[in-house]
Structures are given as C-alpha cells and as structure tokens.
Design a protein around this ligand. Structure first.
Ligand code: HAM
Length: 423
C-alpha cells in the first residue's frame, strides 16, 4: 500500500476525466460571458467572520462543517465552504460599479460524511450579481443555469423555486412556524427537538421523516409574503414562463444559509435518485452586503457542483466530450538525431496538438505509444527518411497498410499533414 492517499472525502482527477472538467468549466465560462458576467477570483480562505456572518453562525455548515484554523500569526481563518460570502466581501472591499456580475470556479470545503455526490472538497461553478433587485435579474441568473445544464446535455432536470420574502414577512412566518413546532415538538427528530425554537427554518430543511411530516402540516411560507415580495415572486415566475423554463413551487425550499431573502431555487437531477440530486442552488441575498459591512445592496446568485453535474451526465448516459482533448499527431523518431524536437515545434506552431516518443525507444515501442495516444496520424522519421529529407505520414485509424502510408518532403510536412487530416 502507498504511504499516502488523497484525504478522505477528496479525489484526484486525471485524464480522461479531467477533460470533462475542462469542458464543463469552458462551457460555463462561455455562458457566463454571454450573460455579461466577468471572472472573479478571491482567496481560498477568509477571516472566519466572513462566513460566520455571511452564511450564519448557526447554519449547519458553520457549526459542523467548516474547516477553521489558526495561522502562525494566530489569526483565525476558515477554508471557503461556499463562494458567495467571499465574493460579497470582495464587493464591499472594492466597490465596483453596479450592477456587478461575477462568475467563479472554486473548490469548496465542508467536513461532511463522504458519500457518492457528497465530498469534503467539492468544486462549484457559480455566479453572483449585485446591485439590482429587478426580478428580470433573478430570471437571468436562473436562465443562465438552465441554459448551461441544457448545453451539458442534461434533460432530466427540474427547477424548484420558492420565495422567502424579506425580513418582515419572513419574520411573521417564522413566528407562526415556531408556534406550530412548539405544539408538535415531541414529534421532531432528536436534533430539532433541541434546536427548533432557535432557528425554526432549519426544521423545514430537515430531511428526516418526523420533521418532514410535522412541517408539511404547518404554515406555508408563500402564504405570508407581503404584497411587494409576492409581486416580485410573481414577476420572476412569469419571466421564467416567458422563456419556457418550467419551475415548480416548493414552499419548503429555504436552503441552508441564513443570507437568503426572496427568490430561492434549486435544480435537481432526477437521474440521480433522491439523496444528492441537487446539481445547483441559489437565490437572493438582499441583506448580505450590509451584513458584511457594505451599503445596502441587493444580490442574487447560484452555485453548481461540478462533481454532481458529471454524475448527472453519467446517469443520463450523456457522452459528448464538451471539449476535444485528444492529440492530432504522434511523432516517432528513431534516428537518434533530435529530428523530432524541431518537427514537433513546427507542428505545434501550426496549431496541431502533438506528442512524441522520448528516451530513444524502439520503433515498436513508440508505435505502441502512438496508438495509445489516440492520435489520428503518426509521423515517422527513421534513417531512410532522414537520408532522403522526407517524413512518412501513417494513418493510425486505417487498417489498409498501403493506403495508410505516404511519404512527403520534410519541408512540405505541415501542408501535407493538413491535407491528410482533412481527408
Ligand atoms: P449550496 O446549495 O450549498 O449553495 O451548494 C451549491 C451546489 O454545490 C449544490 O447544489 C451541489 O451541487 C454542490 N455541493 C454542495 N455541497 C457539496 C458537497 N459536499 N459535495 C458535492 N457537491 C456539493 C451554495 O454554496 C451557495 N453559495 C449558492 C449560491 C450562490 N447562492 C447564492 N449565490
């Protein structure tokens, strides 16, 4: 056994799987760009207060899952458990003009019980849009996610949506919910028998059967929305309808962080079964900028787990590669004269993806590598070719040996190869 393995709940990604990651990120970057988002990069760790204040000190992630540590200067930091709080901290610090629209790709760290689709380091693609409470922006953010999932080839995806209202209407709802939970507190799960009163909304998020049935019979959040929040929510749903994006009202959808207000949403992949089927989620957080020390500024965004997107694609049997990462040509050089070095450089400069043999291996061994590389053609340079100033192009996809070989002059190699590959 090797002395070291990747830490529990983490994984290494090597080719060919890594090409899917690259394709996913490239596709997301392209969609984000189309929707007017620019890339934002923030540190992987922040003062712990950014997350405690941002996602809520009492949230499950902050209390049980955050990787908190002291550095050598005795400052208390946390590895980022999600992307939103960091981007909002950066927004408050740099005050870009609004509306500000940033996209990111980032690892996120949560000390969870690892299982399929749930990891201690996962990776999110996400966006945050700050500075407007226009429902059209909610529609845009949700549409970006929906269009992106479709571009990945996912078809069995449902959009669940809810509105959590603003402080006041949500406050009224929480009071009534608290009363309901008090009446049924003995039926709640062990954890929520202890904590229901402190944060009743967390009980709605609980997946355990007793909590689900108690809250199912309780008050429903959308019934408590004030006129403004109700009309905002109606506009968002109308906008989605207009784009042909179907949304299902899910009154229990309050999500796990304290910063959410008004629109909340989650995309679930039905191909994934029930446990880890959320491939993306997000919502508005109109109080978060203020919470992190900025001027009151509304915001909305979402994050989507790369691992879960790939699991969903696999579960739906989607095999399109998203990006081509196979090489075009393999150079086999048996002259011992360093011919390959200049040749691969010239081919790469002409735009081809080129690999070559090293270590003076035999023709046979280099041909094996060429076959394994997935290249369409091999360029062979042996003593005969060297003496004649020529190169042999061999097609690696053809079984007909005669047809598959062609000798061309060294100086014409780029043109001849282009012609060969276009055949
Ligand atoms: P979240 O729902 O906690 O929201 O995470 C977003 C997505 O990340 C989930 O839908 C899921 O696909 C993936 N994910 C979360 N935890 C794990 C895990 N342990 N293992 C694998 N995948 C995971 C947020 O993080 C918010 N920051 C989203 C947001 C952005 N809201 C507003 N703006």
């Amino acid at each position: 056994m090797n002395p070291f393995q990747s830490p529990i709940g983490t994984h290494d990604v090597l080719a060919p799987e890594s090409a899917l990651w690259e394709g996913l990120v490239a596709t997301f970057a392209q969609y984000a760009y189309r929707f007017g988002f620019t890339l934002v990069l923030t540190p992987m760790f922040e003062e712990v207060g950014v997350f405690n204040r941002g996602i809520g000190e009492d949230s499950e992630v902050a209390t049980k899952e955050m990787y908190v540590f002291q550095d050598r200067g005795e400052r208390t930091y946390a590895l980022r458990p999600e992307g939103t709080a960091s981007v909002v901290r950066a927004f408050v610090q740099h005050q870009p003009t609004t509306p500000y629209k940033g996209w990111y790709v980032t690892p996120a760290f949560r000390y969870e019980r690892p299982q399929a689709g749930r990891y201690r380091q996962h990776h999110q693609l996400g966006v945050e849009a700050l500075g407007s409470d226009d429902p059209a922006l909610d529609v845009e953010v949700i549409a970006l996610a929906a269009r992106f999932y479709r571009a990945l080839g996912l078809t069995r995806v449902r959009l669940l949506i809810n509105s959590m209202g603003h402080d006041e209407c949500r406050g009224r709802y929480v009071d009534v919910l608290r009363g309901h939970l008090e009446e049924h507190r003995e039926q709640l799960c062990d954890e929520h028998q202890r904590t229901w009163s402190h944060n009743p909304l967390r009980v709605l998020d609980c997946k355990k059967e007793p909590c689900v049935s108690v809250t199912d019979d309780g008050p429903s959040l959308p019934d408590f929305l004030c006129a403004d929040c109700a009309s905002h929510f109606a506009s968002v749903r109308r906008g989605l309808d207009q784009l042909g994006i179907e949304s299902v009202l899910e009154p229990r959808l309050v999500r796990g962080f304290d910063y959410y207000t008004r629109t909340t949403f989650e995309f679930v992949a039905d191909a994934l079964g029930n446990a880890q089927n959320a491939i993306g989620g997000g919502g508005r957080y109109d109080g978060l900028v203020e919470q992190l020390g900025g001027r009151p500024t509304p915001g909305i965004g979402f994050g989507s787990g790369i691992e879960r997107l790939l699991l969903a694609r696999a579960a739906e049997d989607v095999t399109s590669p998203l990006i081509n990462r196979t090489i075009d040509v393999f150079v086999v050089d048996t002259t011992g004269e360093d011919v390959a070095t200049a040749l691969v450089d010239e081919l790469r400069a002409a735009g081809y993806a080129v690999e070559r043999g090293f270590d003076g291996r035999s023709m046979r061994s280099q041909m094996k590598l060429a076959d394994r590389s997935g290249a369409r053609a091999a360029l062979l340079v042996g003593p005969q070719e060297l003496a004649a100033g020529q190169i042999t192009i061999r097609d690696l996809r053809s079984d007909d040996f005669e047809q598959a070989q062609q000798r061309v002059a060294r100086e014409n190699i780029v043109g001849a190869l282009r012609e060969h590959l276009n055949k």
